[in-house]
Design a protein around this ligand. Structure first.
Ligand SMILES: Cc1cc2nc3c(=O)[nH]c(=O)nc-3n(C[C@H](O)[C@H](O)[C@H](O)COP(=O)(O)OP(=O)(O)OC[C@H]3O[C@@H](n4cnc5c(N)ncnc54)[C@H](O)[C@@H]3O)c2cc1C
Length: 382
């Protein structure tokens, strides 16, 4: 084994490439892999490799011997030389705020069970009759311009909402779009303030006309590969894009329509405050019963379940609990991870992923941008 830590700089910012054999998942065990490790973590990683029966072949400063692409850990490699997600046929901005499409509401119903906190509705709009036809793909968002004017008498600005239906719509006729909207409510100076657009949408009646823009977004597109693995991390209305993926993967009539015969594995982590706040739960339970080899559904119900330290069970606690397996999935270049929900979920997930990666001898701060570059790490938080 060759180990070189020689460098002119002794600062902790140094990064090393550790080439190792017989370490990692069964799949990666025989292969020679290189792991990029910051100096501060080098000792821990070397210990972890030795404890897990791996053999270190060399340690070199990255500047001295940059790891060739082929020697990077499996998790950092794109699945193919083509982009993992095809962007070519993705429609963008067919309707702009100055000249929006006017759709009509076909349904608006609560997704929550008795005793839930707040208000979350499933709202569908008829898109027929547009020129061009407003169409979209799974993972995109649309803009809604609420009726009325702001405090300065100007028309309200648009708000974005993740699309919750597949490109074929809930009716499979290709002429509707559905959203999953939580009414924003907060207290200010002893007064309850209702969010403008979310309240407009939650209160809207079937038949009402609504100004719609878009579609927009290419961050949350699904890979084309029918054998991809998809890990989904959602809190609250962050379930919207995940619902589109899961319908595309497992809803029998949708599957028949889309001809996309998903054969990979999907794993949904869903975080909500109470059981009554679970969204589309019956559908997901049905998919799990019908496709037990392809779909896993893990719930974090913060006000009802406890994490191992006795605190509330949040989605990041479920990620930590399943860290070993999540990283085994991520080591497979066919695995994509999607995160969606309130922005506040990000630090917790990041912390859980950092710890999970470290247990595998990987550095999450290094790995995450590589996964992103390979179009395998997708985040939309708001
Ligand atoms: C890409 C994207 C996708 C989205 N997808 C969805 C989705 O699928 N479902 C969904 O429900 N929402 C989604 N949103 C959020 C959505 O766009 C709106 O931001 C949300 O509905 C609130 O809009 P509003 O008009 O009701 O609130 P507004 O009337 O615009 O009020 C929001 C403002 O209120 C203030 N505010 C908010 N909370 C507090 C507080 N606690 N204390 C003091 N002030 C506060 C802030 O200034 C904030 O900017 C998404 C956002 C983005 C960017």
């Amino acid at each position: 084994m060759r180990v070189s830590t020689a460098t002119s700089s002794r600062s902790d910012s140094r990064v090393f490439t550790v080439v190792v054999q017989g370490y990692g998942t069964a799949q990666a065990r025989n292969a020679e892999r290189s792991i990029t490790v910051p100096f501060v973590r080098l000792q821990t990683v070397m210990q972890s490799i030795s404890q897990l029966g791996g053999k270190v072949l060399s340690v070199t400063p990255c500047s001295e011997a940059p790891a060739p692409a082929a020697a990077k850990p499996a998790a950092t490699k794109p699945a193919t030389t083509k982009p993992a997600v095809s962007h070519a046929d993705v429609p963008v901005n067919l309707y702009k705020p100055k000249d929006p499409f006017v759709g009509s509401v076909t349904e608006n119903y609560s997704l929550l069970a008795e005793g839930a906190i707040g208000r979350v509705n499933h709202i569908t709009f008829d898109l027929s009759g547009g020129d061009p036809q407003l169409h979209y793909v799974e993972g995109q968002s649309i803009g809604i311009i609420p009726d009325g004017a702001d405090a300065n008498g100007k028309p309200h600005k648009l708000r974005l909402y993740s699309i919750a239906s597949t490109r074929h719509g809930d009716n499979l006729e290709g002429n509707t779009v559905s959203l999953c909207v939580r009414q924003l409510q907060y207290e200010k100076d002893g007064e309850t303030i209702n969010g403008v657009c979310s309240t407009f949408l939650c209160d809207i009646e079937p038949g009402a006309k609504v100004k719609i823009t878009g579609p927009v977004g290419k961050e949350m597109l699904l890979p084309d590969d029918e054998e991809a693995n998809v890990i989904m991390l959602a809190t609250g209305t962050g379930i919207a894009p995940m619902r589109t993926y899961l319908r595309r993967m497992f809803e029998p009539a949708e599957r028949e329509k889309n001809g996309w015969q998903f054969r990979g594995k999907a794993w949904l982590f869903m975080g909500v405050p109470t059981t009554a706040n679970l969204l589309y739960d019956d559908d997901f339970n049905r998919y799990q019963a019908e496709f037990p080899d392809n779909f896993r559904y893990t719930k974090a119900i913060s006000r009802e379940q406890q994490n191992p330290s006795g605190g509330r069970m949040y989605i990041q606690d479920r990620v930590s609990e399943n860290a070993e397996e999540i990283f085994t999935w991520i080591e497979n270049p066919k695995t994509h991870v999607y995160m969606c929900g309130l922005r506040g979920m990000e630090p917790g997930i990041d912390e859980a992923m950092t710890a999970a990666a470290a247990a595998k001898g990987l550095d999450w701060a290094e790995l995450r941008p590589q996964l992103k570059k390979a179009e395998r790490w997708h985040v939309e938080t708001y």
